[in-house]
Ligand binder design. Structure first.
Ligand SMILES: *Cc1c(COP(=O)(O)O)cnc(C)c1O
Length: 481
């Protein structure tokens, strides 16, 4: 007894107490809640959240106390308040938060693909707070035409007879197979049996849609006669799929869409083109070859095309099916359509995005951030690269060097074609490349760099001018600390 008190006393003298004693002095939850220190938290957060957070912190202190790792200052109410505040602040940061994309990958699936155009974001914030005309016709009061707002624009912009919208292009592909080819065979070149990623494999989707895959040709060469030879009355469709994330090069041959349409016409077989990206601006004419235009596939006479809304179109995640009226209607009438229809935010954002495409192409490129980023010349990036290098020059322990870099469209668009870009290489002895990249990604505004061969680079093609100062401040904090 006496000896334990002695130990406690002597502990007090040099600031180290035995664990049991410190833990007994740990403030009670109720006392902390009544402490004025905690009043600001109780007004900013719910009582339940504040209480739960205090309990978490006390729990952790108890666990550390039991391991003998605690010191006296940590159990002071002020110290506990600091720990509670840090947790509450961290919990208030949204999971889906803005990041800086310095990867040079314009459409980065991990970073949400196409950023929404500012005017589209305005349309969203204006309209989605109100009840919205979605399905009911204000003139007649009758139901119908859920996707008509977007469909009308797609008709106007692409020449399609009709269009319908689902949640994404994977859904669009599944729906059109289920609606037009269930129980029958679908011809697809072996060179186009792709896996897009995230377990989206065309053969699997086909099976899910109830269709039977009939591969034609070979991996590198498929000829018109391969399709013609395979057609009989069990064939529901000829499908062409954009080979999004790779290119077949060398001794190759593929059958172009107009030739497939000619075969389809001769044999009475519908032809469907899964375009992937949904490009509506002639990128090849602007130095970025590799994508066919939605309107071109439709003009060639495809029965249906399908494409994503959040790839080169630059809009919200969505899947668009466009083409012949009866084929689109068959998709819309299929029970899967109900399971795949988008939410109203998507219709508002997609309509606003499509409306931009009524402008002249050069203006469209200016107003759709994805296209602006994709088409910017390397020279036009020089001012931003210089501004970033200059902003980083005062950061101690860091060398920032501008150098050429290969950016990418990403998300299966313009596959395997590097885009001349500029990056700022970050050199420091204080942290390894892996550590530096991890610190950049950490925090309230994560910065995603390129890390390759133990070198960290920031590609300026995919950042905004306003990001420059944010990046400089963060690097100064990382290297200064
Ligand atoms: C990206 C892509 C898909 C999948 O589209 P999501 O919108 O991501 O579902 C399907 N087919 C092709 C050819 C693609 O490039």
């Amino acid at each position: 007894m006496g000896s334990s008190i002695d130990r406690a006393r002597s502990g007090e003298a040099d600031g180290v107490r035995p664990p049991g004693e410190l833990l007994r002095r740990l403030p009670k939850v109720d006392r902390l809640l009544d402490d004025p220190l905690f009043a600001p938290h109780l007004s900013a957060h719910s009582r339940a959240e504040t209480l739960a957070t205090i309990r978490e912190v006390l729990e952790e202190l108890r666990a550390r106390g039991a391991r003998g790792e605690l010191d006296a200052q940590e159990i002071e109410p002020a110290a506990i308040e600091r720990a509670v505040r840090a947790r509450l602040v961290a919990a208030a940061v949204p999971y889906y938060r803005p990041v800086i994309n310095a990867t040079g990958v314009v459409l980065h699936t991990g970073l949400g693909r196409a950023p929404i155009a500012p005017e589209v974001a305005d349309a969203l914030s204006d309209r989605v707070r109100h009840p919205l005309r979605v399905e009911i016709d204000p003139e007649t009061g009758q139901r119908g035409g859920r996707d008509e707002g977007c469909a009308a624009l797609i008709r106007e912009l692409t020449g399609a007879e009709d269009a319908t919208i689902v949640n994404n292009n994977a859904g669009a592909t599944l729906l059109l197979l289920a609606a037009l080819a269930a129980g029958r065979r679908v011809l697809l070149s072996h060179g186009e049996m792709v896996e897009i990623g995230g377990s989206f494999r065309i053969p699997d989707i086909m099976e899910l849609g109830g269709a039977r895959l009939a591969g034609v040709g070979t991996t590198n060469r498929t000829h018109p006669r391969d399709y013609e030879g395979a057609i009989d009355d069990t064939v529901a469709m000829i499908l062409k799929v954009h080979t999004s994330n790779y290119r077949v090069v060398g001794f190759t041959e593929e059958v172009e869409i107009d030739e497939l349409v000619a075969i389809g016409r001769r044999t009475g077989t519908p032809v469907v083109h899964d375009l992937g990206s949904g490009c509506m601006i002639d990128l090849a004419a602007r130095g970025r070859p590799g994508e066919s235009l939605v309107a071109d596939s439709l003009a060639a006479g495809c029965d249906l095309v399908c494409f994503s809304g959040d790839k080169l179109l630059g809009g919200p995640q969505s899947g668009i099916i466009a083409g012949r009226r009866e084929a689109v209607e068959a998709c819309r009438k299929h029970p899967l359509y109900r399971a795949m229809r988008p939410c109203r935010l998507t219709y508002v954002a997609l309509e606003a995005t499509l409306r931009i495409y009524r402008a002249d192409p050069d203006e469209v490129i200016e107003r759709i951030p994805t296209l602006g980023r994709l088409l910017a010349s390397a020279e036009s990036l020089q001012p931003r690269a210089s501004a970033l290098a200059a902003a980083l020059a005062p950061v101690e322990g860091l060398d920032a060097v501008i150098e050429p870099h290969g950016a990418l469209a990403g998300s299966g668009s313009l596959p395997a074609r590097e885009i001349d870009s500029l990056a700022v290489r970050l050199e420091t002895d204080r942290l390894s490349a892996t550590e530096l990249a991890a610190r950049l990604r950490d925090g309230a505004t994560p910065i995603f760099p390129v890390v390759r061969d133990d070198i960290v680079r920031l590609d300026v093609r995919t950042i905004d001018d306003a990001d420059v100062s944010v990046i400089a401040e963060k690097l100064a904090a990382i290297l200064g600390a």
